[in-house]
Design a protein around this ligand. Structure first.
Ligand code: PLP
Length: 369
């Protein structure tokens, strides 16, 4: 083979590795053989993210849900205590496993600390919950988990390691790398970082949930700008949230960076002066009319993209029972905005005119022009 020296880590787009390879440096000293088990590009991504998360190691998965389901399957026998305020597909996974006999209990986020006991193998919560942006008391939860010898896992997707290094509080963290880590709305990927990942490596091999090398390369590329992007997303989101709070056509604004947020003081204590790029709010006007009146902000169900995205979380929550959706505080009026990297004045201008158009019963100018 030709001996090149690339300055960027290359994409190893190959299913197998020749037995000639004597690399025993792969996971747990294992030999590099097959890309469903290990791949050098994926491994490099894992090394870089582990450093960001502050854990000894990471594993990369083909989606955030692949990371979460692999973790849940590996832990379900020991028992999972989960904060009920979470991404609806994670809730659905927990419910599906529960009806199949796994030991899983869901409790409201505010009750998790008191519910922790030795009978649970794992406690799971999101750092900033999707979509209602609650912030759990991680210092109290971490202390209680340590006291009871239970592993704490946090889904750090909304915060990213820039707001909060998960290893400060938890034994493991999961992230949808689809969001801030990759950052360009063009990749689906997941990460699990932690102190002891040997078992999980085996589960990933068995379930076949590893990330592919091309997407690992794209996530790695996103990491170079992660800090400046998350900073800008957060600054822009604070400006947009402040505007929304002052707007007469908005009933309620939820953003951890606002002093009106119920856990604002806690967020101030645990995050690094930034509060993320997502703002949830309830407009006084018809939400679908409002969304279809926007011209800059795009209607799509994700976050962490360079351009602003908006959706009605109720549409992503249709896979869980309606009483649960209500208990989460989600109804058709709730709107979730992922603030992008645009000039925030443009985003604010777009929201302001769309609210006015949607609030005006005589306006038929809904789709641009
Ligand atoms: N965790 C959270 C908090 C999420 O918001 C999402 C997706 O939106 C996931 C996990 C799942 O990630 P993915 O879509 O990459 O499977």
């Amino acid at each position: 083979m030709l001996d090149y020296s690339p300055s960027e880590f290359p994409i190893y787009m190959t299913a197998t590795f020749l037995n000639l390879s004597n690399s025993k440096s792969f996971y747990g000293g294992r030999e590099l053989k097959y890309s469903r088990e290990e791949n050098p590009t994926v491994r490099e991504l894992e090394r870089r993210i582990a450093e960001l998360d502050g854990f000894p190691d990471s594993l990369a998965f083909n989606s955030g849900m692949a990371a979460i389901s692999t973790l849940f399957l590996s832990m379900a026998k020991k028992g999972i205590l989960m904060a009920f305020d979470a991404y609806p597909t994670t809730i659905r996974l927990a419910l599906d496993l529960k009806v199949r006999g796994f030991r899983i209990r869901l409790v409201p986020m505010e009750e998790v600390v008191n519910a922790v006991s030795r009978e649970w193998g794992l406690v799971f919560t999101e750092t900033i919950t999707n979509p209602m942006l609650k912030v759990p008391d991680l210092p109290a939860l971490a202390e209680r988990c340590e006291e009871k010898d239970v592993n704490l896992v946090i889904d750090n997707t909304f915060a990213s390691p820039i707001l909060l290094k998960p290893s400060i509080y938890s034994s493991y963290s999961v992230q949808s790398a689809t969001k801030y880590l990759s950052g360009h709305n063009d990749v689906i990927a997941g990460i699990l970082s932690g102190n002891e990942l040997g078992d999980l490596w085996e589960w990933r091999r068995e379930l076949g949930t590893i990330l592919d090398p091309f997407r690992a390369f794209l996530v790695m590329r996103g990491l170079y700008t992660l800090e400046m992007r998350v900073k800008k997303h957060s600054e822009n989101a604070l400006k947009v949230a402040t505007f929304l709070e002052s707007c007469e056509l908005v009933e309620r604004v939820i953003y951890p960076g606002l002093s009106s947020h119920p856990q604002h003081d806690l967020a101030k204590e645990i995050f690094r002066g930034l509060y993320g790029g997502v703002v949830t709010f309830i407009p006084k006007v018809d939400p679908s009319r409002f969304i279809s009146s926007l011209k800059v902000i795009r209607p799509a169900p994700s976050l962490g993209s360079p351009y602003s995205l908006i959706n009605q979380p109720i549409s992503s929550a249709s896979n869980i029972p309606p009483p649960m959706i209500r208990e989460l505080g989600i109804d058709e009026r709730v709107v979730r905005l992922s603030v992008g990297l645009e000039d925030p004045e443009i985003v604010i201008g777009d929201i302001e005119s769309a609210l006015r158009r949607a609030g005006n019963p005589y306006s038929n100018n809904l789709h641009g022009g």
